[in-house]
Write a protein that binds this ligand. Sequence first.
Ligand code: FES
Ligand SMILES: [Fe+2]
Length: 381
Amino acid sequence: MAALLVCAGALLLWSGMPPVTTSEAGVPIQGPSATLIYDDWYPALRTDHLKRGKLATAMLLGIPLVLGRRNDGRVFAMRDSCPHRGIPLSVGWFGGDRVTCRYHGWEFEPCSGRCELIPSLSSHDHLDATKIYASAYPCEERDGHAWVYVPGPGSGKRAQGAELRAVPELAKFGPRYRTAYLTADLPCNVDHGIIGLMDPAHGPFVHQAWWWRSRASIREKTKKFEPIAEGFRMSAHAPSANSAPYKLLGVYGQPVETTIDFMLPNRRTEIIRAGDKWFSSLTTVTPVTASTCRIDVIAAWNVFYWVPFLTPIAKFFGAKFVRQDQETMIQQAEGLKHNPSLMLIDDADKPAKWYFALKQTRLEGTGKHPLEGAVELHWRS
Ligand code: FES
Ligand SMILES: [Fe+2]
């Protein structure tokens, strides 16, 4: 998967694909679980699933969600559980305004979660329905994702109206661009998904292909890294000379430069620029449960804007590429089931070590950054 990261980029030019697989990750491979990072934004689902008057479900950090779009266009996410007796709200009704529970018909305003009506109340009852809330989470639409802010367990309604972190957004550098989206379920916990994403050494083995690279193309690399807020940056550099897709960008006759950032809790961005041509991607690895995750890639670009059939061709290769990562992780999940002890080596696994240190810092609130300044890493890939 690292290819999506350390190497890829220019390759991720596909669009509108269905999930590569949904069944494999659904296989009950129970591996070790990861500690989860709460109080941040995660992509729950694509907003084209949010049809008028319909409810959709998703799972984030082990929390079942029901999502929808109100008549005024605003998207919402609630815990998929009625506060009365726990039946999933997703089996109820939604007319575009209120979510109605199918058990006793309580009605909820879905953005706030506020109960607006309890049909069973009689003139003898003094219960104020509007004092009752279903759990509703901050939910925002960006780049075709419904991003949901997942507060820590027990902090529920406090998140509403509180000062939240910025909603993640794909960087774009002009009004005209094409976009694409790709997703794959991974049967491992989010930590393995993320360190797979930042692993430079698997490329020549997992992603052997004439159009990408082979074992024989392994060569020594030196990359500069620098600390950024809650993450690190692979400083702007000329991309891998041994990858065909990057070579293609050479046709513009401009120096090609790529910058890759990783930021907690789960985000990798890559920006490639050659003069006024650009390619931008945002990859996230999202915990679906404590022991499974999902990778989502959104990309936008204006490179080769006018080349016909480019999107389907790139989509074919991009899907193949992600499938190679996914298959490897399914195999890895078999091994991880037995909880083996593992190792991280220098320098190829150094970014993984930084990820774990950054995560520790976030969980403990120490504010200590694992990188004190710019450093150079060396590896062969
Ligand atoms: S369980 Fe939802 S209204 Fe009773
Ligand atoms: Fe990869």
